[in-house]
Design a protein around this ligand. Structure first.
Ligand SMILES: [Zn+2]
Length: 489
């Protein structure tokens, strides 16, 4: 099954067809840099990073463009409040974005265009829109003529007449229609501005993305990412501008990630700074934050609470320990100690593991091919770790089967390259011989899993097995610890 991607106009999934054979163009709406990035912003960037990595895995040569909105009313206001130049405020927050992105193992985009470096491209696009009858100048501003574009509203599924009925009647005789939106905005004398055919001014927000996306990716490209809150009006307007200026279809697929909710409130810049990335990264390993953002379908809503993050972190550490155990077992099985199953043969547990690994591989890629369902794919990795645990508890660390262990390890490594789960690598130092054996650790992880699934009968049975092997297990709020039982002579 080839990669299937959601199509916004039909609301169904279709096989991905690149605009240009072997290539994939991806544009992501970047930050408006009036403030530090928070976890809600980074959700979009981590999702696009996962998508970009997967397209690369499929063999596409990806060009990824992500802009910075470095001039905007909010940046000007912020600079006034701080008594600083607006360019300093923008640069500081761009630097903070790059720090957070690097910590979250987001691969750098190929281009990071800034609005202030592309004012000429923007003016050229506005001129084309005027020449084609889709825009008009009025009192130093320029507006997009919404009624000139029949498909306006199609992306977000809105009806123009209903929208018009819902618009508050504002007295604005500069606009021909209340739905018309700004392409170019006149600047007051004390505001930043650029000379243009319509006088000194600055770009409206939506036009910048159309101008920069088409500048780097051409008038027709594959993917456009950004948060769901950008669907209307930002992306609807971007699409209208792109199509009307070039006569081409603009973006084929829109990758709207769900929003991060705090309790029942969408996260926004006014929610204080406790989810600012620098605050979060002080308290949590970046890999746990990245995992939290990827462990669901990117289009679904993500509910944040400290409790949920802690549960997610415990699950992540279980996955990580499983991946490390798998690497060690595959390495041990590769050593010719006379203790392994000979080549070409499989033990009975090894045969079961081989079948399980095949099924997990199919499951992982079926999820990724299903509109980039990273959460489903991660579920298959947890399943793989459970398969491994069952195998190790059945073989007791002896008579290891190299073939299925190597296949399982390769799947974990491929998944890591696609999802970026283990930035900085796994801890593969061979376990201390006096430490708790892997077979016991497998039982403990199995038991943690049973407890989380509220299967307490199975959890109790596993505790009995652990204790029969001479170990004790203690439960904490986010997992358990195991140690060799004190001997009572
Ligand atoms: Zn944008």
């Amino acid at each position: 099954m080839p990669l299937q991607v959601l199509d916004h106009t039909t609301r169904t999934k279709h096989p991905f067809q690149p605009v240009r054979e072997g290539h994939a163009g991806l544009y992501t709406c970047g930050l408006t840099v009036q403030d530090d990035p928070h976890l809600g912003h980074m959700f979009a960037f981590v999702a696009c990073d996962m998508i970009r990595r997967y397209l690369g895995h499929l063999g596409y040569e990806v060009t990824h463009v992500q802009n910075f909105t470095d001039i905007d009313d909010k940046i000007i206001q912020r600079a006034r409040r701080e008594g600083r130049d607006w360019r300093q405020v923008a640069q500081r927050n761009i630097d903070r974005y790059h720090e957070a992105a690097a910590a979250l193992a987001i691969q750098p985009a190929h281009h990071y265009p800034r609005v202030t470096d592309h004012v000429d491209d923007i003016i050229a696009m506005v001129e084309r829109l005027i020449a084609r009858g889709h825009a008009y100048a009025s009192g130093g501003d320029v507006y997009f003529r919404v009624r000139s574009y029949d498909d306006y509203g199609r992306l977000s599924g809105r009806d123009l007449d209903q929208m018009r009925a819902g618009v508050r009647v504002e007295v604005d005789d500069r606009k021909q229609d209340p739905l018309d939106f700004t392409l170019w905005k006149r600047s007051a004398d004390d505001e930043p501005g650029w000379d243009s055919p319509w006088g000194r001014g600055r770009p409206g927000w939506h036009i910048e993305c159309s101008a920069m996306a088409t500048r780097y990716l051409g008038p027709h490209f594959d993917f456009h990412g950004g948060g769901r809150d950008l669907l209307f009006p930002h992306h609807e307007n971007e699409l209208a501008q792109g199509c009307c200026a070039t006569g081409e279809p603009y973006a084929n697929h829109w990758l709207h990630n769900g929003l991060l909710y705090l309790g029942n409130t969408k996260m926004s810049k006014s929610d204080g700074n406790f989810l600012a990335m620098d605050v979060l990264l002080d308290k949590h390993p970046a890999a746990e934050l990245r995992f939290f953002l990827l462990n669901a379908h990117f289009r679904s809503q993500l509910d944040f609470s400290p409790q949920r993050l802690a549960e997610s972190a415990a699950a992540y550490q279980r996955l990580r320990r499983g991946a490390e155990r798998l690497h060690r077992a595959a390495a041990d099985a590769g050593q010719d100690t006379g203790d392994r199953v000979p080549e070409g043969l499989l033990s009975a547990p090894g045969g079961r593991l081989a079948q399980a690994v095949d099924a997990r591989r199919r499951g992982f890629f079926a999820c990724m091919d299903d509109d980039f369902n990273s959460g489903g794919a991660i579920g298959e990795l947890f399943g793989l770790v459970r398969d491994l645990n069952q195998y190790l508890t059945a073989t007791g660390d002896r008579g290891l089967d190299p073939a299925p262990l190597t296949a399982a390890r390769d799947l974990i490594d491929e998944a890591d390259a696609i999802l970026g789960l283990f930035p900085g690598g796994l801890d593969l130092v061979a376990a201390d011989p006096d430490a708790v054996p892997e077979a016991i650790r497998s039982l403990v992880d199995e038991r943690d899993h049973a407890r989380q699934a509220r299967d307490f009968a199975r959890a109790d049975a596993l505790r009995d097995r652990i204790e029969a092997e001479g170990y004790s297990v203690e439960d904490g709020p986010h997992g358990s610890t195991v140690r060799r039982a004190e001997r009572t002579a």
